[in-house]
Design a protein around this ligand. Structure first.
Ligand code: AMP
Ligand code: MG
Length: 341
């Protein structure tokens, strides 16, 4: 036999073995996590936060862990009820805030306050407390109590001075970043995921969502909840977008047939009227979160008009009378889930 020449039978078995080995390898690579959807859930910020990531398990599982850790760190720092938070020292002892991370968020909050004509106002805190929305003793305050409280509300009493120090010009000013902090937390989680090599992930913070990249070759589908009941209004297909909501169903009580909720109008000191739920879609989760609260306060007319002027922002609003309104860019973008009768 010449060198290099194998009998036909041996050749065939060699090819067969090679095919089997390659096949097994392919299955191993697949199973070892190349197309693996990793998922972890933790309870924080009063809700269940779930992060999904598609990719090699070794990368995604570490990325998700670190992203959730970061969110917990932010929760502790931004919780105004936490005596160790710089916000607590600012609110109760008048100590200026010099934490740069908090200052960055306050700067964005003040920008949204300006642009929303004061509908968004982080100095709303004394009013949230008066209505009992920090605990579970929700109640209807008296008219005079609301009036007195309003004297301690106004973002114009806040200033960022020098090289970065938040100060107040009235002693009774207290701030609450509840309308924007979740967006910040989600944006930081996305930053960690990216830094750790995740390219396809979904952060779901109790219905407030950020889609990082695509779900493989497809868009991520994000359901838009209806403010009443468990139904979804439909879903949107997104990539590198935040889908953040606000609604009158999160914290509320009903007295004499009227619903009172936790999103307060800084002009009246009472729960904002006109909408029962809103969803804002925008690339930056912080801005989306702040505007969801702001537009909720502005109501359907002025709110929708404002969104149309903000490039890249879309909204879905449900009015208190049950009507669903969409911003112009969404008319064909919302996939409505057909009702099964
Ligand atoms: P969100 O769920 O993002 O709409 O935030 C609601 C939270 O924001 C409330 O629980 C309050 O802590 C705070 N908040 C209520 N009203 C306002 C307002 N007009 N501007 C800013 N924050 C508000
Ligand atoms: Mg918000």
């Amino acid at each position: 036999m010449k060198r290099g020449l194998l009998p036909k039978k041996v050749k065939l078995s060699f090819v067969l073995v090679a095919v089997v080995v390659i096949g097994l390898l392919a299955v191993r690579i697949y199973n070892s996590g190349r197309l693996h959807l990793e998922k972890q859930t933790r309870f924080m910020m009063d809700t269940y936060v779930t992060i999904y990531a598609l990719g090699p398990k070794k990368v995604t599982s570490r990325a998700i862990d670190l992203a959730l850790d970061r969110m917990q760190e932010i929760e502790a720092k931004f919780n105004i009820l936490n005596p160790k938070s710089p916000l607590y020292a600012f609110n109760h002892r008048g100590e200026p805030v010099s934490d740069q991370e908090i200052l960055d968020v306050v700067r964005l909050a003040l920008k949204v306050s300006h642009e929303s004509g004061g509908a968004f106002d982080i100095t709303i805190s004394p009013l949230v407390e008066l209505w009992g929305f920090y605990g579970d003793s929700y109640h209807l305050p008296g008219e005079q109590e609301i009036k007195d409280c309003l004297s301690g509300v106004g973002y114009e009493y806040l200033t960022i001075v020098g090289n970065g120090r938040l100060e107040k010009s009235r002693d009774n000013i207290r701030i609450d970043l509840g309308g924007i902090a979740k967006g910040y937390s989600v944006s930081q989680a996305a930053k960690v995921l990216r830094a750790e090599g995740a390219t396809s992930a979904l952060i779901d913070a109790g219905g407030d969502v950020y889609a990082l990249g695509k779900k493989g070759s497809k868009f991520w589908n994000v359901g838009i909840r209806s403010p009443r009941g468990e139904d979804l209004l439909g879903y949107v297909e997104v990539e590198d977008l935040a889908v953040m909501g606000s609604g009158d169903y999160e914290r509320f009580f009903i007295k004499d047939g009227k619903r009172y909720h936790h999103i307060l109008d800084p002009k009246t000191g009472c729960p904002a009227e006109g909408l029962s739920g809103i969803t804002v879609i925008y690339p930056d989760p912080i801005i989306a979160d702040a505007w969801a609260t702001a537009l909720f306060v502005m109501g359907p007319g002025k709110g929708l008009e404002t969104v149309e002027k903000i490039p890249g922002m879309e909204t879905i609003m449900v009015t208190t009378s049950g009507e669903t309104l969409y911003s112009s860019g969404l008319e064909n973008g919302l996939k409505v889930i057909p009702k099964i009768e």
